[in-house]
Design a protein around this ligand. Sequence first.
Ligand SMILES: *Cc1c(COP(=O)(O)O)cnc(C)c1O
Length: 689
Amino acid sequence: MSNNEKSGSLDIFRVAAAVLVIMIHTSPLENISADADFFLTRILARVAVPFFFTVTGMFTNFGRPRKTLIKLSGMYLLVTALYIPFGIISGYFKGFTFWKAVRMLLFDGYFYHLWYFPACILGIIIVHFLKKTTAKKALIIAALLYLLGLLGDGYYGLAAGVPPLKAFYGALFNVFSYTRNGLFFAPIFLLLGSNIGRLEFNGKNAAAGGIVSFALMTAEAFILRQFKLPRHDSMYIFLVPSAFFLIAFLKTLKARQRPVLRKLSMWVYIIHPAVIIALRGASKIISNDFFEKRALLLFVLTTLCSVGFALFAAYAALTFGKLRGALCSPRARTWAEIDAEALRSNAEYLQSLCPENSRLMAVVKANAYGHGAVLTARELNKVGIRAFCTATAAEGAELRRHGVKGEILVLGYTHPPQFPLLKFFGLSQTVVDHDYAKTLNGYGKFHVHIGVDTGMRRLGIRSENYSEIKRIFEMKNLKVDGMFTHLSSDETTAPSDRAFTEKQAEKFFGTADKLAADGHFPKLHLLASCGLLNYPHLGGDYVRAGIALYGGVEREGLTPVLSLKTRVTSVRNVYGGEPVGYGLDCAANGNMRVAALAVGYADGLPRALSDGVGAVLINGKRAPMIGKICMDQTIVDVTEIDVKQGDIAVIIGNSGRERITVFDIARQAGTIPNDILSGLGSRVVRVIK
Ligand SMILES: *Cc1c(COP(=O)(O)O)cnc(C)c1O
């Protein structure tokens, strides 16, 4: 059985542990018996927090803790913010200084209970590093840290008797208020938690271990109290085995998982101090010391209110989570699977073809040719691509907002109202002609690449107008990082194309030579995908590769990156002579079975594939499209195929031994792969395979 299947009993105990924490903060037996209250709140309830740490340790990936740490930090800041009003009311912030704030945020936390979050964060970081050594060393170091903590907590009386130790702890307590923190307390429990998943326990032995450990811990606590050793009463030697055996025992109980209890316990933990304050405040209406004499009542009311509120919050969060999951559900209708491995291997292959000292600049315009710009650029960032091209400033901004690193060059014209995007998101702009350079320069400081028109007659300054190009270097607000041209006939190496291409290169490098003579050395680039494949000798500092990166050029060494899939939504019989779909042109020849698919021309499926021109693959067989493709649906012939509602239909990609490529579809639709891919609609969900 996996950890997850066994965690049901842990989920239940989490709620009990949260109630134990409420006990610590309300001392329910205070008015009845000091000893009983001591046992309940200073011994029994002390197991709760180590329990939480150990369970956290069980479910944390200490090798890559980033996500957990970010989540915890977010939660910590949120809850801290939530409690600020209570702090103001209770006078917590009187005499508050910067250092107190730092100390509070990093170690002590804030209020009764928020120390748990910074302790968890620091503890996870420490265990992350401990795990880089051997298991044994890690355990020894964590145990030593705990021991140091003990001497500042339950055993402080011993340390206080030895002057150097007393000075040592005196110094520590300048940095934090207790040794019960992320440095001394949390690591051992987190570490035990991370190892406990792999261990199998016998229920009886674990229970016996737990009872013996807890009995010893009880004795330990009373003895320490007798000799007045504790400075604080959170840490005992036998707390470690007590928590360990408790979890070992719970693990042997089988129970199904209950995520709602996980959320519930967390909310009880977070909310109960606010409830205590509210109840105490309200009780003042009756008498000033109402709860002083009724601690048990305070505990019961706090528990009821906290659990009530937490139930509400937990269900709301779960419902919200489910809705969000349903909205993002990636393979529900029509989706594009992005093969990150193919993207990586294409990038490496193209980089290997690049002339020496030339780097790949990935062109991710038009939503990365339909592949999903953010998703694609992130994958490319991972394999070391550090330069990108987009068509528009908004596309560049979108990448930046999602953390894409490196240079981003906007290849197209940016309208002046969008200039702030260039500045704010650190984008480089193409100078599309000389007037445009003046406009940019008049507006503010920009990084630019100069476009040079050597034959495309689209954007850029004509190469013949050298003085215009040179003048841009003198514009004081423009920082010219690069200069480029675009080849218009690089798709083949036929003699006329070759001659035209070589002529374009000659004009471009001629301009670069003149600039060099005038002391200007912008980075140069002219090759796009076909340029690189057919004319690699032309060189340059960058290669602006687009379609080849996505495997959209038929060439050995390049693999298609995108598969397009959809769902069968309904299967039915059609009888001889009945028309199918819009209009009356397409009638069934004989009895047949047809299936409706959840894809249409609004998703980018070319309408030209209607009436049997295109086909999809279902369960390894070809299903021709019949009738006219609709906006959101398509009908296919499945007479020969065993198919049911919910099955997957492959529009681009493999199924069994069959395969349909984007080249097939482009030919059927009379266009090029770029057109098909970049035309994929916004409803198509992009997912990494
Ligand atoms: C689109 C574009 C590219 C990329 O072209 P591919 O043929 O897809 O590699 C390169 N440079 C410019 C100026 C472009 O507009």
